[in-house]
Write a protein that binds this ligand. Sequence first.
Ligand code: SIN
Length: 319
Amino acid sequence: MGISFRRVGANLAAEVEGIDLAAPLPDADRDAIRDGLAEHQLLIFRDQVISSDRLMEFGRSFGELSVHPFAPHVEDTPALIRFENDAETPPFGTDVWHSDETFRAAPPMATALCAKVVPEVGGDTVFASMSTAYEGLSERLRALIDGLQAVHDIKPFKAIFEDTPEDRSELQKFEAIYPPMTHPVVRVHPVTGRRVLFVNPQFTIRIKDMDERESASLLDTLFHQALIPEYQYRLHWRPHTLAMWDNRSVQHYAVHDYWPQARIMDRVTIKGTRPVGLEAADPATVKRPKTLITGAVSHGAHKPHLVEDDIREDAPAAE
Ligand code: SIN
């Protein structure tokens, strides 16, 4: 029997049958998975007893693996993330709707997550099809957001740095490597051509060029789309379930209700390309009228200048 896809969710998710991921992946199956991923957005492989090395090989069949700068990884294997949670180590930061690593210039194209230890109850992951979420917006709202850009940031990971001079300087290094990144609010999926709502509450901080209050309320409305059950699929993990999601078109939320039970998951992430959007909107149409008065300088008399006292205040204390 060859590989086949059995649709299990109305708007995303298929169970993949007729394949053993413990064995090397034939090219034809790899191509079928690549196509199936774009079509179904979330693929679920049940009863796959595979080693972490095999998981990494599986991921590499689809492209280069990326290394997460903050997530916990297996020692000496930076590309292999291990979420190993129990009473002493509560889960952190995955119970927020997100696409993986959108703080990067080129966020991953896909993620593969494999369940090693699952709790007796709880610990599901909820996925949302962000192409269906986009299509569920009114035509007027779609017209408003098509062509807008949004800024994504490493903000959730700033919490792992302490308020010490060492950590502050360490954080500055990360901020220099991962500066705020602009992506289209609506990206065009490179395989299907479908439009995808590409903002998420974990990493997206504002709409570019827009007044702060308008930006916040628009983002709130857009973030809400992932919460609509019709666009979701809730995955109940069993040991040896492997899920692969299309990070270009899906958001996910790991439900932390299982804690303090144990849950161990291995994850690899496959590098992607820069998101491509629609024709860029004219920034002037995004600004509030008072900043548009002909000839007016929108920053007033404000300009950046270093304040000597503040620089001294920030400097390490003299011995
Ligand atoms: C993740 O956000 O990649 C983790 C998902 C999960 O633990 O279910």
